[in-house]
Design a binder for this molecule. Structure first.
Ligand SMILES: C[S@@+](CC[C@H](N)C(=O)[O-])C[C@H]1O[C@@H](n2cnc3c(N)ncnc32)[C@H](O)[C@@H]1O
Length: 244
């Protein structure tokens, strides 16, 4: 049930859920599907992103980094969603990518940002909610949508923070419509030695640093076709299309 304080966009989001809650909980403008007993953060970095200080810090850093190096953050052109399409942005953080996707799909389309961090979602909901952009609190490993719901699923700079990233990739593929695209961006240091060193540190910090082909291999294993990988500075982009 929604009331007048519920952002209008949720009248479009709730019917898409696998099982819509009888009494949906709206916190600071986002729909909370996890309630009050979240899992422990995966490590110190994720702990920081789940704090008010960390989410504010991240928001400033990402906005500066995107102004200075826009090419690193640009979605591969082939994945651009159709007008009127549905998009899911996994690990949306402060929601600026979700909002940009909302503008691309236009008013008849829908962009949903999903994250576990309350402070990130509070920022996202406050600044980016609109009639076709909404935010939900849910775990990327257990996406609350039926198979084939979205034309595009994105995940930028989030997969490295989530334990069992293979489960996230499999879930992302599951919710894609036939012919839909997945676009994933992960930080990846250049060079074999550097990669090994960072990987050791990452293990202690709850971060996964993926090898150049790891995500692509997992996507093939999840039944995706047409997998493309390219590096842009310190990040790796992987895009893949679900078979029609
Ligand atoms: C570095 S931020 C990236 C935010 C945004 N995608 C961007 O590019 O600016 C990573 C986000 O992933 C979220 N995250 C971590 N584990 C998650 C999980 N299990 N499910 C959903 N989101 C998660 C964090 O809370 C954080 O907001």
């Amino acid at each position: 049930m929604t009331d007048q304080s519920t952002p209008q966009v949720f009248t479009r989001v709730l019917p898409l859920l696998k099982s819509a809650p009888e009494e949906p909980v709206f916190e600071s403008g986002y729909l909370d599907l996890l309630g009050g007993h979240p899992e422990e953060p995966s490590g110190p970095i994720q702990s920081f992103w789940e704090s008010g200080l960390g989410s504010g810090f991240y928001d400033h850093v990402q906005s500066f980094a995107r102004r200075v190096s826009p090419a690193f953050y640009r979605l591969p052109a082939r994945t651009h969603p159709p007008l009127g399409g549905r998009v899911l942005d996994i690990g949306c953080g402060p929601g600026n990518v979700t909002a940009a996707l909302g503008r691309q799909v236009g008013s008849t389309g829908l962009a949903i940002g999903l994250d576990v961090s309350r402070p990130m979602l509070t920022r996202a909901a406050r600044t980016e909610t609109s009639d076709n952009v909404g935010f939900i609190r849910a775990d990327a490993r257990d996406l609350p949508f039926p198979d084939g719901t979205f034309d595009l699923v994105t995940s930028l700079a989030a997969l490295q923070l989530i334990p069992s990233p293979d489960d996230v990739l499999a879930a992302a593929c599951r919710v894609l419509a036939p012919g839909g695209w997945l676009a994933v961006m992960v930080p990846t240091p250049r060079g074999g030695l550097m990669h090994q060193a960072v990987r050791l540190v990452g293990d202690r910090a709850g971060l996964t640093f993926f090898g150049p082909d790891e995500v692509a291999e997992q996507l093939y294993a999840s039944g995706m076709r047409t997998v493309h990988t390219h590096r842009a500075g310190p990040v790796l982009w992987i895009s893949a299309q679900r078979s029609s």
